[in-house]
Design a protein around this ligand. Structure first.
Ligand code: MN
Length: 222
């Protein structure tokens, strides 16, 4: 199934003559655009070193394991149990970061009235409770990983967390669904500015969420 939810560049097909090449989408804003909540140096290192390495290593693994296949990244992740740890870690790392950059924007506005806001209120009772639950998921993850707002197979909004570069698309994940909003809680996402203060990073990060993008994903999946 083709990705219709803003990650088009990650859904590439291969044939016998053309090797799969996954590419990083250009960052849709400058490195300093998310100041003061996320600093420019963190963004530059995160995008150009960490995320770049996941994409490169995904391509290395794909050359071996996806040769001759016609498959998109989401389909790879949904069947990740049949592939190597290298493909799992770097395929997840590539997808999660491509999503993460798009989940943020400078001067993000609060969630406006509409379908997603209605769904958040009916599922979690209020936006504040939703925010607290996502923060708790982020704070409760020991070590590196991600916190997610995702939609499950019953089309219900859910909050959860995964370790390392796993995500709810993966068949090996205990939480399953389509991620709508991802929060990177690896130390590389915040340590330069926040050091051990993950809670402060998480709280500030909500000032950056591009709710329009998240709602578009919600509507596309629903
Ligand atoms: Mn990261």
């Amino acid at each position: 199934m083709a990705s219709t939810i803003g990650l088009d560049n990650t859904t590439l097909c291969a044939n016998q003559n053309q090797p799969i090449v996954f590419k990083q989408t250009p960052l849709p804003y400058s490195y300093n655009a998310l100041e003061p909540y996320v600093d420019a140096m963190t963004m530059e290192i995160h995008y150009s070193k960490h995320a770049s390495a996941y994409t490169k290593n995904l391509n290395d693994a794909a050359t071996v394991e996806l040769a001759g296949k016609s498959v998109g990244i989401e389909d790879v992740l949904k069947n990740i149990s049949i592939y190597s740890a290298k493909l799992r870690n770097n395929g997840g790392g590539h997808y999660n970061h491509e999503l993460f950059w798009k989940c943020m924007r400078p001067n993000a506005s609060p969630l406006h009235q509409g379908n997603l806001k209605d769904a958040i209120q009916s599922t979690f009772n209020s936006f504040e409770i939703f925010k607290n639950k996502l923060s708790e998921a982020a704070m409760g993850r020991f070590g590196s990983g991600w916190a997610w707002l995702y939609i499950d197979e019953k089309k219900t909004l859910q909050i959860g967390s995964t370790p390392n570069q796993d995500n709810p698309l993966m068949d090996i994940s205990p939480i399953k669904g389509t991620p709508l909003l991802g929060l990177d809680i690896w130390e590389h996402a915040y340590y330069l500015k926040y050091q051990n203060r993950r809670a402060e990073y998480v709280n500030n990060w909500f000032n950056l969420v591009d709710w329009k993008f998240v709602e578009d994903r919600f509507l596309a999946v629903k």
